[in-house]
Design a protein around this ligand. Structure first.
Ligand code: TPP
Ligand code: MG
Length: 1030
């Protein structure tokens, strides 16, 4: 049997033979055989009129996209022969029925004088006169089909996208009719296309058409002011939908009232920039000038989305045009915007103090009534300067909205993300975020992306900023349509924005709108662009603004009069002037800052209550029932059977609770208290260290069972939903996503776990720009937990350290400001930017997690999480530590005082944090040291001044040592040093803190296990005073 490709190639060969009959007689043909190139058979014919060689014809179209397309059809035909057009069906049938090479193609039934069968000779090999006529028709139809397909695939390359007309875009050869053996003389000859042969605009036409007619519509459709890329999409229905929407019999036309609406929206956008330019001449505003059509486009997109059921739109965008979007799309009151321009931003007197951010980074949210009267909530997420970093945050927020609204169809919440052309092509987080779009626990049902493609990034031309043809090419990896549109054609912009909205609601997939425009001024309004782009900016200087063009067009079309237009402008000008005046005396209200679900959450100036974090014994037992059992018939892996059995024993004995069980108890109890819990990160379902096993897999049929998802059904009690999800292998996007998720609802525990702590630096922007500073800049709280596996175990430079020093450096505590004792626990945390914890017991981990939710403010928690401690039975907890200890322990005092000398005789007071405690303890035991007390600082930030001071006073005569397993230039040493200094002073003790740890090093750890052990021995003996000339 011949392959599909062979059949296609052979068929193409036959087509080219058929089309050559004008130039070669049957005898010549038989004499030269089928291998002679046609071009050489017709000497003297002008190049453009020469028929193309078989090679060109067959390979250009049967390789690459067209072949993929045909292959797609072939697989569809295999599954269901009626799913493809009958012409293709007959072709595939022949190919599949062992047709000899080159004879697979059969002309469509309508072209046959009699109905064909698989056994009949094919048209291509027929030698009768009628057969030749048919062959010619078939050949023409097929070549036309290829031409149409070429336009569908590559027509965008000739679209008129650049308002400046500076883009140099050579015509792809496959868009030229000569490529198919057609000449000018063929333009008006009737060609048979077959009724319904091609989906799209030809379907409605008569079966006969002319090449000219087809070409005209192809150019209008694919090479006008919109260029559409969609043929890379694998799904047939989606491609057909695009075709149906583009290949319409007539070009779409707006009604008069629609045109006026577009004009009016354009005028609001245009006049906003000119008004700001006038009032604030020296301010940077990163104006939209040159892409004003974005505003009517976005508004139409949101109106249509509202009509299709969207109630919540979350927008993420960069600096460019942000204020215009805030004013004219989100409808932030003008007085608030102007107030910010006047310098009156951020500090909401007596309510919330922050240091704020520049006005083009601030977020906000408002309810708006869409044109159809539906209420719609619009929020613009605050973002840092770091371009594109906000994308995953937006996605997380939208996903959370869908989760809390129970919107499993993803109909009601929508993400719209705006990009710059240089940023979308350059920033890796774009790709990382796009790849979340179809993942079950991360999808938001399709994001609409809009690129303000002003063809420049600061001073850099596209040729220096990307290697791809379009800045949007990255999106092709996720199989979505890309609409490129000329920003000076405001109607076309509105049209594609509406299509994008419809696409998203229909297919729940991402879509890209690339508005090709220009930047009227420099990077900001005070920048001189002619230093670097003199020619472009000479052209821009001559460019008629889109407002002027469109108003003139509508006046010429008699859609409105010049007077009406002038009146429209003056109404808008008055509104801006009014907002400006009101902005002078406007004071922001707290309601501007808090979204619904956050009402009642305390800000830093309000008194927060401390709640107990323990749970009752019956509750522990009940959760044990959930965690230790699987449904009847569920076949566990033998090791997991043993693990569950051991877990059961823990619950029965009330002792030996390990870290995974403590975590599950925290999660389960929070779920029962109505808090949503979500844990995401790489391989978190099982856990990197094979300890969590949050999702169990049946060994016979692969089905899964997640005990914590079944808390409610097992215990017959209401419980919130638990989500645990292995994530894509991205740190930046996934951490950003979870941060966004955590911003939506305070009644939740949202956790992101790094595979190993050191990998989290791939998400450093989220940490620096959002987690550590977000609340202070934007007055938005988050209780996000970062679990960062940390600890030295001799495994080499990687995976040992989560780089605690970096997190500690980001903490905003002041070592010289010791809070009053009564405020230490609550207020200190409430006033800090984030917490850094390194627990030594499962129970303390449990209390730390519960404390995140059981208080009426939210703070990010950085948790250095255990590795080898996970299996250290010595670290495990008893049931009392969950039920009787009712809060997180910030500092553990000496655990075995009875084995030591009296406190005043203790010679060494060793402070440490994390797993090194167990090393110290073991070394102390081994060396039978009795005069060294070991204190665990479980919470590094906010620093527990009060409890450390207590220890200093309890052991008044001891030498004080800080012991850590990290090198001196890493770990907590340089952080705690300053805090100990002031704590010493607070208890009137001369400062003297000694260091015991690894020596300073560029690499976090040594590779050799024996050297690692030697280093360990040295610093432990230094700490304990057992050093004997090592
Ligand atoms: C991650 C990051 N790197 C660099 C910058 C500095 N920067 C600000 S705007 C800009 C150019 C952005 O170009 P583009 O995405 O095309 O947006 P435009 O300003 O043209 O609207 C650069 C490089 C930044 N803000 N963020
Ligand atoms: Mg740009």
């Amino acid at each position: 049997m011949i392959s599909l490709q062979q059949a296609l190639r052979q068929s193409m060969k036959n087509l080219t033979v058929a089309s050559s009959q004008r130039w070669t007689s049957t005898t010549q043909r038989s004499a030269i055989g089928m291998i002679r190139p046609f071009a050489s058979a017709t000497p003297g014919t002008p190049l453009s009129q020469q028929p193309k060689s078989r090679k060109e014809l067959s390979e250009t179209f049967l390789d690459g996209t067209s072949l993929v397309y045909v292959e797609d059809m072939y697989s569809a035909w295999k599954k269901d022969p009626s799913s493809v057009h009958k012409s293709w069906a007959s072709f595939f049938q022949s190919a599949d029925f062992d047709a000899p090479a080159g004879e697979a193609y059969m002309s469509p039934p309508t072209l046959q004088t009699s109905a064909p069968t698989a056994a009949q000779p094919t048209a291509a090999t027929s030698t009768t006169a009628g057969g030749s006529a048919n062959l010619k028709q078939v050949s023409e139809s097929m070549r036309l089909l290829l031409l149409i397909r070429a336009y569908q695939v590559r027509g965008h390359a000739m679209a008129n996208l650049d308002p400046l007309n500076l883009m140099v875009r050579p015509e792809p050869p496959e868009l030229n009719i000569s490529k198919y053996g057609f000449t000018e003389a063929d333009l008006d000859k009737p060609i048979f296309v077959g009724d319904g042969l091609i989906s799209g605009f030809l379907t409605n036409n008569a079966p006969q058409t002319t090449l000219r007619q087809v070409l005209t519509r192809l150019k209008q459709t694919y090479c006008g002011n919109v260029g559409v890329e969609y043929m890379h999409i694998q799904d047939r229905e989606m491609c057909d939908w695009i075709r149906e929407n583009f290949e319409t019999p007539q070009a779409p036309e707006y009604k008069h009232d629609e045109k006026v609406k577009i004009l009016e929206r354009l005028a609001w956008a245009d006049q906003f920039e000119s008004f700001l330019g006038l009032k604030y001449k020296t301010h940077k505003r990163f104006g939209l000038d040159g892409c004003e059509s974005l505003i009517p486009g976005m508004k139409a997109m949101i109106d249509d989305s509202a009509e299709m059921g969207v109630r919540d739109v979350v927008i993420g965008m960069p600096h460019r045009g942000r204020l215009n979007v805030l004013a004219n799309v989100v409808r932030k009151p003008l007085k608030a915007i102007f107030n910010e321009f006047n310098g009156g931003v951020v500090s909401l007197e007596g309510e919330y103090s922050g240091t704020g951010d520049v006005k083009y980074h601030l977020g906000t949210s408002y309810d708006r009534v869409a044109s159809n009267g539906n209420k719609i909530h619009l929020s613009l997420v605050a973002n840092p300067s770091h371009l594109e970093a906000v994308n995953p945050v937006v996605e997380g927020k939208v996903r959370a909205k869908q989760q809390y609204a129970g919107d499993t169809e993803q109909n009601t919440a929508l993400a719209i993300i705006l990009h710059g052309d240089a940023s979308i092509a350059g920033q890796g987080v774009v790709y990382e975020t796009l790849h979340l779009s179809k993942l079950a626990n991360y999808s938001t049902g399709g994001t609409i992306h809009i690129v303000v493609n002003n063809q420049i990034g600061f001073t850099t031309n596209p040729s220096s900023s990307r290697s791809s043809m379009y800045c949007t090419d990255v999106a092709k990896t996720i199989d979505v349509p890309i609409f490129h549109v000329n920003g000076d054609d405001v109607e076309a912009v509105v049209r594609v924005c509406k299509l994008a909205a419809e696409w998203r609601q229909r297919f729940k997939r991402d879509v890209i709108v690339d508005i090709v425009c220009y930047r009227r001024f420099g990077h900001n309004e005070t920048d001189q662009p002619k230093f670097t782009q003199p020619l472009m900016y000479t052209k821009i200087g001559q460019q008629t603004p889109v407002m002027e063009k469109y108003s003139k067009q509508l006046i010429d079309e008699k859609v409105l009069t010049s007077d009406q237009y002038q009146q429209m402008r003056s109404v808008i000008r008055d509104a801006y002037e009014k907002g400006f005046q009101e902005g002078m005396k406007y004071t922001p209200k707290p309601s501007d800052w808090f979204e619904n679900r956050w009402v009642g959450v305390k800000n830093t100036t309000q008194l927060a209550e401390v709640q107990s974090t323990n749970i009752s014994q019956p509750e522990v037992k009940a959760l044990g029932e959930v965690l230790c059992n699987v449904p009847a018939g569920f076949e566990l892996h033998p090791t997991l059977k043993r693990i569950l059995k051991e877990k059961n024993e823990m619950f029965e004995k009330g002792a030996g609770f390990d870290w995974a069980t403590a975590e599950a108890l925290a999660f389960g109890s929070l779920l029962l208290e109505g808090n949503h819990v979500r844990l995401s990160g790489q391989d978190v379902e099982r856990g990197t260290f094979s300890h969590r096993h949050s999702v169990l897999h049946d060994q016979n049929n692969g089905s899964t069972y997640c005990p914590l998802k079944n808390v409610s059904s097992v215990l017959k009690k209401d419980a919130a939903e638990y989500v645990v999800s292995n994530s894509s292998l991205s740190e930046f996007a996934v951490l950003g996503f979870e941060l966004g998720y955590s911003l939506e609802n305070p009644k939740s525990l949202i956790l992101w776990e790094a595979q190993f702590g050191d990998f989290s630096n791939g998400a450093q922007v989220i940490l620096d720009q959002f987690i550590s500073s977000g609340e202070q800049k934007w007055m938005r709280q988050s209780g996000l937990v970062m679990l960062l596996p940390h600890g030295y175990d001799g495994a080499g430079p990687e995976h040992s350290s989560c780089r605690l020093e970096r997190y500690l450096q980001l903490c905003d505590g002041d070592p010289n400001k010791i809070p009053p004792r009564e405020e230490a626990e609550r207020k200190q945390a409430q006033h800090s930017n984030m917490q850094v914890i390194n627990c030594t017991t499962p129970a303390n981990y449990f209390h730390a997690l519960r404390r995140q939710v059981l208080r009426d403010f939210r703070k990010p928690l950085i948790m250095a999480s255990p590795k080898w401690l996970l299996r250290l039975t010595q670290s495990f907890s008893s049931i009392d530590e969950f039920t009787k200890v009712n809060s997180f322990t910030r500092v553990y005092g000496e655990s075995n005082p009875q084995d030591l000398v009296a406190p005043e005789k203790v010679q060494r007071l060793i402070f440490c944090s994390g797993q090194v405690y167990y090393l110290l303890k073991a070394a102390r035991e081994a060396a039978k040291v009795k005069d060294a007390a070991i204190i665990r600082v479980e919470q590094l930030h906010p620093f527990p001044f009060d409890l450390v001071a207590d220890q200093l006073q309890h052991y008044p005569n001891a030498k004080v040592i800080w012991c850590q397993e990290e090198p001196m230039n890493m770990g907590p040493w340089s952080f705690v040093y300053h805090y100990f200094n002031s704590t010493f002073k607070s208890v009137n003790r001369p400062f003297n803190l000694q260091y015991a740890g690894r020596p300073s090093s560029a690499s976090p750890a040594v590779a050799s296990h024996s050297l690692h052990k030697l280093q360990e021995e040295i610093f432990l003996s230094e700490a304990l005073g057992t050093k004997k000339n090592i």
